[in-house]
Design a protein around this ligand. Structure first.
Ligand code: FDA
Length: 369
């Protein structure tokens, strides 16, 4: 793992920064690139704008590792309210939650009950709740809770991380159980004893696991299959392999994060794939934002640009970024290594959004697409 990534992930775990950095205006201004705002209202407005592009959404209120059970209950109540509001809005919107946000660090049973109440509500409202996957120490407990829920509900899904060596076994055991599986590469700092340290191996494993998932299409109790990535090489390979196997495009979903690869989101939807955009909102965004920076260290430049005086920023905004111009480190199992960075114009316009410091949904609606 490159030093820059390790450093950013280490910073994301620093309690002092988690507590203080969200109050620093310049960090907040930079973070707005990836979120429409702090509130559910702002998330709903962004969802409406995405709906106009025929894109569905997943909401997540940012926060993790709560240390007080009352806080976990407050988060649960917030999500219950969100489910009611989503239902009234008529938007096709799911939830994604972290178990440590629902109290897993304090009381596993309580976090299960909190999540169960949300899944039950979501089932009445005909929608789904996804469980994010956190650091490796949470994987067993997360999967235990997921399996427990599956014995009662099908409108629940779990995230699996391709960087963990164990994930192939986890996936094989979960595929025949229904529910939902969202495959991602993995966003945390993990030891080489547990996770592939090299990106090319993570990519190769992601595609291998994606192949296993596509192989489950059509089997009894196949889960809802989701590929959560912005990596065009992954997206294109999965699409191509699914086409080759005669799998209908609506048999699986692609999920991408709000503010990242927007042109891809629209392109995939226009080509007939089901696409959801994960919208994060809330005040506890620091650790999450640092993970976004770590995923693409060039994002640090966008963050720095957000701090520059407006005239200089305007000049800079017209230049396409060249970092990440090629997707490097081909995994053995995948195709071309020379795919060019296709969405710099979107990245630039999102840089412009970040510069406003605060997101105004109406303005965002115009800028985003
Ligand atoms: P990768 O990091 O390989 O980058 C490929 C290309 O994608 C980059 O060159 C760039 O073009 C683009 N890109 C990727 N990240 C970017 C960024 N932050 N900004 C700008 N461009 C970027 N992780 C986890 O551990 N637990 C979880 O529960 C989830 N949940 C989740 C849900 C959804 C819907 C998504 C899309 C992702 C997650 N993740 C996650 C995060 C995931 O593990 C991973 O860290 C990121 O998706 C980055 O990996 P990619 O596969 O997108 O591309």
């Amino acid at each position: 793992m490159p030093l820059s990534r390790r450093l950013l992930l280490a910073l994301s775990e620093t309690p002092w920064l988690r507590a203080h950095a969200p109050r620093w205006w310049f960090v907040k201004r930079a973070a707005t690139r990836f979120m429409p705002g702090d509130t559910l209202d702002e998330a709903l407005s962004a969802a409406e704008a995405l709906h106009e592009q025929d894109l569905d959404v997943v909401f997540t209120e940012l926060g993790e590792n709560v240390t007080d059970i009352a806080q976990a209950d407050t988060v649960t109540a917030h999500y219950a309210d969100a489910l009611a509001r989503i239902s009234h809005s008529g938007l096709n919107c799911e939830l994604s939650v972290k178990l440590t946000q629902l109290g897993l660090d304090i009381d596993a049973d309580r976090s299960f009950l909190n999540l169960r109440s949300l899944v039950e509500l979501a089932s009445r409202r005909n929608t789904r709740v996804w469980i994010d996957m956190e650091q490796h120490g949470y994987v067993d407990r997360t999967l235990t809770i997921y399996r427990r829920l599956l014995s009662e509900f099908q409108n629940v899904g779990v995230c699996l991380q391709a960087y963990l060596y164990r994930t192939k076994d986890d996936l094989s055991s979960l595929l025949p159980l229904g529910g939902g599986i969202r495959l991602v590469k993995g966003a945390y700092r993990e030891p080489a004893t547990l996770a592939f340290p090299k990106k090319r191996d993570v990519d190769a494993n992601f595609l291998q696991l994606a192949g296993l998932m596509l192989g489950a299409v059509g089997s009894p109790l196949a889960p809802l299959l989701v590929f959560g990535t912005h990596d065009r090489r992954m997206l294109d390979t999965i699409a191509r392999e699914a086409d080759r196997a005669g799998i209908p495009r609506e048999a699986f979903e692609f999920h991408l994060l709000f503010g990242i690869q927007r042109a891809e989101q629209i392109r995939l939807r226009r080509e007939g794939y089901r696409v959801r955009v994960l919208i994060s909102y809330g005040e506890q965004w620091f650790a999450w934002y640092m993970r976004r920076l770590a995923e693409r260290p060039a994002n640090v430049l966008f963050a720095a640009r957000a701090l520059m005086p407006s005239r200089r920023r305007r000049g800079g905004a017209s230049r396409p970024t060249t970092s990440g111009g090629r997707i490097g480190g081909t995994g053995k199992a995948v195709g071309s290594s020379t795919q060019t960075w296709a969405s710099h114009t979107n990245e630039v316009s999102s840089g412009a959004s970040a510069r406003s410091g605060r997101m105004d949904s109406a303005r965002f609606r115009n800028e985003q697409f």
